[in-house]
Ligand binder design. Structure first.
Ligand SMILES: Cc1cc2nc3c(=O)[nH]c(=O)nc-3n(C[C@H](O)[C@H](O)[C@H](O)COP(=O)(O)OP(=O)(O)OC[C@H]3O[C@@H](n4cnc5c(N)ncnc54)[C@H](O)[C@@H]3O)c2cc1C
Length: 536
């Protein structure tokens, strides 16, 4: 049977735009039907914005690539209507184990806290993730949403103008020109858009190679993340093992810098390496083998007039910590509501510059974490290695040393501290819900909090009075009234009130906190709304 990544999911079909006598201007064009481009398009289409996705391919990602999807992206995918198939298919895991040489030094639990709809992480092949996004596009199309994917439409030239962008597109039947009021470039780490516009992409190259093998095997390893430093089967290097659905296991072996990549990728070299790790008797089949090197870098700015970059096109990190696709989804989550308000004339164009500010803050946090993990995993000098090994030795017995071990700090969402959209914190409540934070989930009697937030501004009141609706600058803010009386698990109290008896939160369409106070104050909340849409 063919694998999902071998089947064209959005085959080329000639479009009327190709035969138009003058270039057609579309509202939003997204370049790239990778996870980030598809998420952006779904987000916009759900809000009724016309969007066209162009991709030079017609299939989902070849081979697995990303496998770990964190809680926050799953919450975003819930908002986009495709979180459930991810969780249904994905392998859930919370436990990570760290090994040094031939012994386990410690284990950790990613989500000791109860009361979240989504798990800390799931493992799922990137091709399934993209398939579910394409399915969601199809579903939206059936509901009449203005969204389309044009397969085998390769963007070959771009002109950027103050009011629009112009794209030259190559198809199997020739070329055509298309205009876009707004262009979102999600065309991956090698971003042709970035290159065509002559934009920078600077950062650090890590001199190392990693062999990735996805193998199909029957094995009784548990659903945990296992990371080895200097294991007997890969001396002086590292290794990682993760379980994926369909009996597929991800094995990641560090190889060092000076290698012959083509030789290392050959099955007659890969298989003995895997046997040394798994044991001679374990039966497996190779699904996908690849060798990757990585870089940590980003564009100086993500917004260039009418062209906005997201995902790997805007920033790139090492896979340690699973921050690539995860952070790309946080980009589109941040961007799409802002773009919609700007397009509807409800917010000034400057609101889009806060996408730059907030997501560059996120990218820098990811690059910092990813670089630190990489430096720990692959020490750059003998003295660093000695220190690292001492930390690993200590971590076996002493808890204080464990936070110093860095086998990839796993992706957590960024808090937009210092964002110009935040109002000053007037509640002095729990730190994790300060302005700029992504709302933590909490169980409610009839479901979960995050299912009731998102896509629009919400005024969350907990044991506080407020009007059911406030309209400010054309923005309708609806109230979600909750009470601690119904908070059986105390999650709402602990996550949103702390020592207070009541609280009122202004929550953005991307489920981030914009403002909070102990009680409703109309004047203050009207200011907060104006501020959150870039009008103050
Ligand atoms: C080995 C490995 C492991 C990883 N593990 C993880 C992980 O566990 N978790 C995680 O979150 N991330 C992980 N990542 C990163 C993740 O794969 C990327 O961050 C993610 O694919 C980025 O998505 P994107 O949509 O920005 O870009 P891409 O997935 O690269 O998609 C870009 C799209 O643009 C299209 N395109 C390019 N040029 C043109 C053009 N000229 N015209 C039209 N279309 C074009 C391409 O065909 C492609 O479909 C991993 C990456 C690797 C390599």
């Amino acid at each position: 049977m063919k694998k999902i990544f071998e089947v064209p999911l959005y085959p080329y079909k000639r479009h009327a735009d190709e035969d138009a006598s003058s270039p057609v201007r579309r509202k939003v064009v997204v370049i790239g039907a990778g996870p980030v481009g598809l998420a952006a398009a779904i987000d916009l289409a759900q809000q009724g914005t016309e969007v066209v996705v162009l991709d030079d391919n017609d299939k989902v990602s070849f081979g697995s690539r990303a496998i770990c999807f964190a809680k926050r992206p799953l919450e975003i995918l819930d908002r986009l209507g495709c979180g459930q198939p991810m969780v249904d298919k994905g392998v859930q895991w919370n436990t990570g184990k760290v090994f040094f040489d031939d012994r386990q030094v410690y284990e950790f639990n990613l989500l000791p806290e109860e009361g979240h709809k989504r798990p800390a992480f799931i493992n799922l092949q990137q091709y399934y993730f993209e398939e579910y996004l394409v399915n969601r596009v199809r579903e939206l199309q059936e509901q009449g949403a203005p969204i389309e994917i044009r397969g085998r439409n390769k963007v070959s030239a771009i002109g950027s103008h103050p009011t629009h962008a112009v794209l030259e597109i190559d198809t199997p039947e020739g070329s055509y020109t298309l205009e876009a009021e707004w262009l979102i470039a999600c065309d991956g780490a090698g971003s042709p858009t970035r290159q065509m516009l002559g934009l920078d992409f600077v950062g650090r190259v890590f001199e190392d190679n990693f062999l990735i093998a996805d193998v199909i095997m029957e094995a009784d390893f548990p659903s945990e993340r296992w990371f080895w430093f200097d294991p007997p089967f890969n001396k002086g290097q590292s290794a990682l093992l993760h379980k994926q659905p369909d009996g597929v296991w991800r094995i990641d072996l560090q190889l060092g810098w000076d290698i012959d990549k083509e030789r290392e990728k050959r099955p007659d070299n890969v298989i003995p390496r895997l046997k040394a790790m798994l044991g001679e008797d374990v039966k497996f089949e190779l699904e996908w083998v690849s060798i990757y090197t990585f870089q940590c870098r980003r564009m100086e700015k993500f917004r260039h007039g009418r062209v906005i970059f997201a995902g790997d096109a805007a920033h790139q990190v090492s896979p340690f910590g699973a921050r690539g696709a995860n952070s790309g989804l946080q980009d589109t989550d941040n961007l799409c509501w802002k773009l919609k308000l700007v397009m509807d004339g409800k917010a000034p164009e400057g609101l889009l510059d806060t996408y730059d500010a907030e997501r560059i803050h996120g990218a820098d946090e990811n690059i910092l974490n990813s670089s630190r993990s990489t430096d720990f995993i692959t020490p750059k000098s003998e003295i660093s290695r000695v220190l690292r090994d001492a930390v690993l030795d200590l971590s076996e017995q002493y808890e204080f040393a464990r936070p110093l071990v860095n086998s990839g700090r796993l992706s957590v969402p960024c808090t937009y501290d210092g964002s110009p959209l935040n109002s000053a914190d007037a509640l002095d409540g729990p730190d994790r819900t300060r302005p700029g934070s992504p709302c933590p989930d909490a169980p409610l009697g009839d479901g979960f909090l995050l299912d009731k937030l998102g896509d629009k501004f919400v005024l969350l009141t907990i044991d506080a009075d407020a009007p059911d609706v406030i309209v400010e600058e054309g923005i309708e803010v609806t109230r979600l009234a909750l009470s601690i009386k119904d908070d059986k698990t105390l999650a709402l109290q602990q996550r949103y009130l702390g020592k207070h008896e009541s609280g009122v939160y202004l929550i953005r369409p991307d489920q981030h906190v914009a403002a909070r106070r102990p009680a409703f104050d109309e004047n203050q909340f009207r200011h907060a709304i104006r501020r959150a849409i870039g009008k103050e």
